[in-house]
Design a protein around this ligand. Structure first.
Ligand code: GLC
Ligand code: CA
Length: 515
């Protein structure tokens, strides 16, 4: 386990909309390089960079055409190498996004695989053995190649699934076992890609749809796990400082498979959604635990979390995110104060936390945008970073109509420049919280977590991390808990008081107490 993860705080950068250095309306590596000091000023010492590989951008770069080449619109491989170096000079690590489950349908492997003549890549993807073979349980594209067969897609139609084999084989004519040489060749190709970027200086990978490799396997996905374990062996041996973070949302399984961290994501009926994004289906009203008018139930979250924490203890970390490029920003449902409390809580939890660009200033989810590069309902979360009061909020010098996505230039738009000046801004609040986290080992990734007060539909929620007590009352009414304490307030949003053996938390407050 790379030691640095214990004190890592990540910043996720969506390259197309972070900072445009050459005025073409699209963010780029030069732009990111110019903002490394800003990232550092947040207390973030690691970056997750969404895909920057050559791509036709049918899914914003998650459709990779060439795994070995930086997309022209972002710069060159040399620029990326320079980014690694400049980040390292500042003590910042960089994870690239690895897309192992599928490629673009324009990837040269796939162009070869489509050919009638057998070649090295014929078995790199999953093809049925005839165009008339199209079992309805699979998402297949049919009748569009010279090769006689249909191919499986992994996500959008332009993303053919790479072939890692099948666990339960139902159609032996075309489904291979993971041990088949074709499937093994796919694993080797993946390892080569990883080595290429690690050798250039990247610090590891966030792995896209990490659970999607071997098909027809349920539950704990043993064959997919076997592949990741072999990759982890490669890292332990040759790149022991490299980190592997999964998009899996099942920490027990993912960490068991060799990942160092696994995300808690905004998925149906899970603990993360209950905390931050739960909506009443009929009224659309937010009833997440962190909503101010909430009757949210913290125990539902804890039922899941405490089990996951126990199962992964000392093996890997659960990663909380403020948001990511796939899910609405919390500010779609939350006011700035609600968001500030929710984000602060995230950086006071165990595991390796991730801050999504723009959340630190409370950027909003832009409603009603047409889909951009396969974004669909995710597009409103991907708009340009708002830096300052200059043209296009400092994102780009291009004319507004040339921008990758519109930037919020309304008078009320938040910017880094404005947030810097307000001591109570989300930005300055998170800087404080993250600094305190770095300064105190018990608040870092591997620090303990103990529930002190968590009652169904009641607040505050109180927990302990080593020599710290954290109490949070996200609701807009006064809340009290039977909890007597002695300690120093290290950090606070709003205020609290004591009444006999009770802790009284004013509306919408968070308290960090050193005992
Ligand atoms: C992951 C990515 C998402 C992408 C999908 C297909 O969920 O986060 O943005 O569209 O995988 O690669
Ligand atoms: Ca640019």
């Amino acid at each position: 386990m790379p030691k640095w993860l214990n004190d890592a705080v990540f910043y996720e950068i969506y390259p197309q909309t972070f900072c445009d250095s050459n005025g073409d309306g699209i963010g780029d590596i030069g732009g990111i390089r110019s903002k490394l000091d800003y990232v550092k000023s947040l207390g973030c010492n690691a970056i997750w960079l969404n895909p920057v590989y050559d791509s036709p951008f049918m899914d914003a770069g998650y459709d990779v055409r060439d795994y070995y080449k930086v997309a022209e619109r972002y710069g060159t491989n040399e620029d990326l190498k320079a980014l690694f170096e400049e980040a390292h000079e500042r003590g910042i690590r960089i994870l690239l996004d690895l897309v192992p489950g599928h490629t673009s349908d324009q990837n040269k492997w796939f162009l070869e695989s489509k050919k009638h003549e057998r070649n090295e890549y014929s078995g790199r993807y999953i093809w049925t053995d005839s165009v008339w073979e199209a079992p309805p349980q699979y998402r297949l594209l049919c009748g569009i190649s010279e090769r006689d067969g249909n191919y499986l897609v992994n996500f959008f139609s332009s993303q053919p699934a790479l072939n890692y084999g099948f666990n339960n084989i139902s159609h032996p004519a075309w489904q291979k076992a993971p041990s088949d040489p074709d499937c093994q060749a796919t694993v080797e190709a993946l390892k080569s890609i990883m080595r290429f970027w690690l050798d250039m200086g990247c610090d590891g990978f966030r792995v896209d749809m990490a659970d999607s490799l071997v098909k027809n396997e349920d539950g704990d996905k043993p064959e997919t796990c076997k592949i990741w374990r072999s990759i982890r062996e490669m890292l332990d041996k040759d790149y022991p400082e490299a980190a592997l973070v999964s998009e899996w949302c099942n920490p027990r399984v993912a960490i068991g498979a060799g990942f160092h961290c696994d995300f808690y994501l905004d998925h149906d009926n899970n603990g993360y959604r209950i905390l931050f994004r739960e909506k009443d289906q009929s009224t659309g009203e937010c009833n997440a635990v962190f909503a101010k008018n909430s009757k949210g139930d913290i125990t539902k979250f804890l039922d899941e979390y405490l089990e996951d924490l126990k199962d992964t203890k000392e093996k890997g970390y659960i990663s909380f995110i403020t948001c990511n490029h796939d899910t609405p920003r919390m500010t779609r449902l939350f006011t700035p104060l609600e968001a500030k409390i929710a984000y602060s809580f995230i950086f006071l939890m165990p595991g390796v936390p991730f801050l999504y660009y723009g959340d630190e200033i409370g950027m909003s989810f832009m409603e009603g945008l047409p889909s951009k590069e396969g974004g669909f309902s995710r597009t409103g979360t991907r708009t340009p970073m708002q830096w300052d009061s200059s043209v296009n909020c400092g994102f780009s010098n291009a004319p507004a109509e040339k921008l990758y996505l519109p930037v919020d230039t309304s008078d009320s738009a938040v910017t880094v420049e404005k947030a810097e000046k307000d001591p109570d801004s989300i930005l300055n609040t998170l800087r404080k919280v993250i600094t305190i986290r770095h300064e105190n080992p018990s608040l870092r990734s591997d620090g303990d977590f103990e529930v002190i007060y968590a009652v169904k539909e009641k607040y505050p929620f109180i927990f302990k991390r080593g020599d710290f007590i954290i109490a949070v009352n996200p609701t807009d009414i006064v809340q009290k808990a039977p909890f007597a304490f002695d300690g120093n307030t290290v950090f606070e949003i709003g205020n609290h008081s004591k009444e006999g053996n009770y802790l009284i938390m004013a509306p919408q407050t968070l308290l960090l107490l050193k005992i």
